[in-house]
Ligand binder design. Structure first.
Ligand code: GLN
Length: 286
């Protein structure tokens, strides 16, 4: 026998009540399918929804319940107040990476028309956030993945003023510094490289299972990309230029040692909102 509730019109309130997902995730998926603002889930909560919308919502809900990241299901994630396109080809921007942007912006404070390089840009989140806060900055962003560069190119085009004085972000396919014009010198180099060690169990858990493995792990001890970035930085930095790198919760001391061994001064780490030493950097004497 068909129950009365299954034939009753399905409303946003009913879908959210029945969802197996954490409520904030269910709300994000539902506003995405309906094309509504979050507040409309409240003001229109008892409005009957068409069967096609209900089906589309239920399909996304099932995929999320099976593990797919919310950011990939809706194709977007907010970072530094900007709405970035996300695909399965890029790392999903993380809130703790905003610390890297803030620290880079502080290093740029007294410079006009500074030059900035972002290595392994992925979505372009770091490069685009810096470029949006500093319209005069000239920004280069590299990635070895052509698919990632396509996403970053769309994000930069959509989120930045085409007439910004620093010009468009220069996006280039490159294995770290390899394809970069060797004559360029930067005031700030930043990177959120793959820093998870190959055997780390986190790679087989949660959202990380669905993100590009090459954006997460160096397939080694977790420090090999960081070593390459630090090794190549001094010849790419202008005198007095700074390098800041994001790293894992237990890598700060190792990264500070690498920076010091390569001749960086004022080497230090900064803690994220969880109190974890999340980024380390230093200045090239000069
Ligand atoms: N912070 C990410 C995580 O642990 C890793 C990102 C990276 O390797 N750069 O989920």
């Amino acid at each position: 026998m068909t129950s009365a509730t299954s034939t009753a019109p399905t409303t946003p309130a009913a879908l959210l009540r029945a969802s197996p997902l954490p409520p904030p995730e269910a709300r994000i998926l539902l506003t995405h399918v309906l094309g509504w603002r979050p507040t409309q889930l409240i003001t229109r909560s008892d409005e009957p929804l068409g069967a096609e919308l209900v089906e589309r919502y239920r399909a996304l809900e099932a995929r999320r319940a099976a593990g797919e990241p919310v950011a990939q299901l809706v194709g977007a994630r907010e970072f530094f107040g900007l709405d970035f396109e996300v695909t399965p080809h890029v790392l999903i921007p993380r809130p703790e990476t905003e610390l890297l942007v803030e620290t880079a912006l502080a290093a740029l404070e007294n410079l006009s028309r500074p030059r900035v390089l972002d290595l392994g840009t992925g979505t372009g989140a770091i490069a685009v956030a810096i470029a949006s806060m500093r319209p005069d900055a000239q920004v280069w962003a590299l990635d070895h993945s052509a698919e990632a560069l396509a996403v970053a190119t769309r994000n930069a085009a959509r989120l930045l003023d085409a007439k910004r004085p620093g010009g468009a972000v220069a996006l280039t396919q490159s294995d770290w510094y390899d394809s970069l014009d060797a004559a360029l010198r930067f005031d700030v180099i930043v990177s959120n490289p793959p820093y998870i060690a190959s055997g780390d169990p986190h790679l087989a858990q949660g959202d990380l299972r669905f993100e590009p493995r090459g954006a997460l792990t160096d397939e080694a001890d977790g420090l090999s990309a960081i070593r390459a970035i630090i090794a190549g930085a001094p010849t790419r930095l202008a005198a007095g230029g700074v390098l800041w790198i994001e790293h894992g919760y237990d890598q700060a001391e190792a990264v500070r040692k690498l920076l010091t061994a390569r001749g960086f001064t004022q080497v230090r780490s900064e803690r994220d909102l969880a109190g974890i030493e999340r980024i380390s950097g230093g200045r090239l004497a000069g």
